[in-house]
Write a protein that binds this ligand. Structure first.
Ligand SMILES: [Zn+2]
Length: 229
């Protein structure tokens, strides 16, 4: 009997070890899949928010859109280039609350470096001033580059923008349009354009037709609407 008990005990020890290993493997697989499911296409590096910035946002949105909107329901993604600077210098530029004329400073929700690294500069449904007429409903992606107006955005930026827009589209089914800043007039066909100040507009060339064609090729099948040149 003692022998049998020993065998039975050894058996239980073996079974216990195997079970531990099995559970460990399951745990590892679960952790890995949770980690990859939560892997975001950006890292957070928020610009400072303040009561003063909120007040300037209120003034801007009331004047240009006829309502106070500190947050938005995203219906479009607008793609830009910075035309100057680095990831850090552009973030610094956007960090100030006001422009030299005392109005709300420009900013965007996302900033993409030339190697494809993306910084989220604020919660993505926060209001940001990046394109006349559409800020009330558009998430902005600024891409570092476009120096001297040249179409010099990189393949890494294209891939990163595709990944980010897919992420945003999945998260916000209200997003239907993707356009470049230079396509702001064509995008009026969306019906989203609102600007209460007569004659308030600017001419833009960012981020260039090559980049927008690249985005369109990879995203149009997702049911997003793009514009011709
Ligand atoms: Zn722009």
């Amino acid at each position: 009997m003692p022998k049998l008990r020993t065998t039975s005990g050894a058996c239980w020890i073996w079974f216990g070890d195997a079970m531990k290993k099995f559970l460990l493997i399951i745990l590892l697989l679960l952790t890995t899949s949770i980690a990859s499911a939560e892997e975001l296409p950006f890292v957070d590096n928020f610009i400072p928010q303040s009561d003063y910035r909120d007040r300037l946002t209120d003034e801007y949105t009331l004047k240009h859109y006829g309502k106070i909107c500190r947050t938005i329901v995203p219906q479009a993604v607008v793609v830009h280039w910075t035309a100057m600077g680095t990831l850090e210098s552009n973030r610094n530029f956007f960090s100030g609350a006001e422009r030299s004329d005392g109005t709300l400073n420009v900013a965007s929700q996302f900033l993409c470096d030339r190697d494809g690294t993306i910084w989220r500069l604020m919660p993505e449904t926060n209001f940001a001033r990046h394109i006349i007429g559409y800020n009330h409903c558009a998430i902005g992606i600024e891409n570092v580059g476009g120096y001297g107006g040249r179409e010099d955005l990189t393949d890494a930026q294209l891939a990163a923008n595709v990944r980010l827009i897919k992420y945003l589209h999945a998260k916000y089914p209200t997003i239907r349009y993707v356009f470049g800043h230079y396509q702001q007039n064509a995008a009026r066909a969306s019906g989203l354009y609102v600007e209460l100040v007569t004659g308030y507009h600017s001419i833009k060339s960012d981020p260039g037709p090559t980049f927008m064609r690249g985005l369109r090729e990879q995203l149009e099948d997702d049911g997003l609407i793009f514009y011709d040149e």
